[in-house]
Ligand binder design. Sequence first.
Ligand code: MN
Length: 197
Amino acid sequence: MPITLPDMPYGKKALEPFISARTLEFHHGKHHKAYADNTNKLIDGTDLATTDLESIVKKAAGDPSKAGLFNNAAQVWNHTFYWNCMKPKGGGLPAGDVLQKINSDLGGYEKFVEGFKNAGITQFGSGWAWLILKDGRLEITKSANADTPLAYGSKPVLVADVWEHAYYLDYQNRRPDYLTTFIDKLINWDFVNSCLE
Ligand code: MN
């Protein structure tokens, strides 16, 4: 099978009390796994069977006949990226290159917090809030369902999953509280900085 479900970069209890082990068990063990399994079923026996995941996402993005493959493959990529965007004792004011670029491109950390949270809150239904590098500048954006800036020539550097399955067990309908906690307590800024290199 060419597409594998990666292990998470930390244990299932590592993000408690902010994201519970129960949420991560379902989110990684059921949701993320299902996207990987479905992707493998859809590429089995096709010319994409030995193609890497990023290339599958980009190739399927512009092809309406491959919408099902795009949805599953993009969700595999998005979730792996999302796990890396969090760590225990993360969040808060970043340092390094990302802080400099947040200051120069977004108008400062408070503007980032406001804009990123707003992107997640205003994504109607399921989707993702993103910080991306586009033409060398940081931008905040959002996407619906499985959609991903990876498919359109931007470089993702941070994402928050705002599908209900990401937060409902811990926050019920309080998506703004989940996003505030994500920003204040969970973001792995070292990973974000590594994406800027
Ligand atoms: Mn998810």
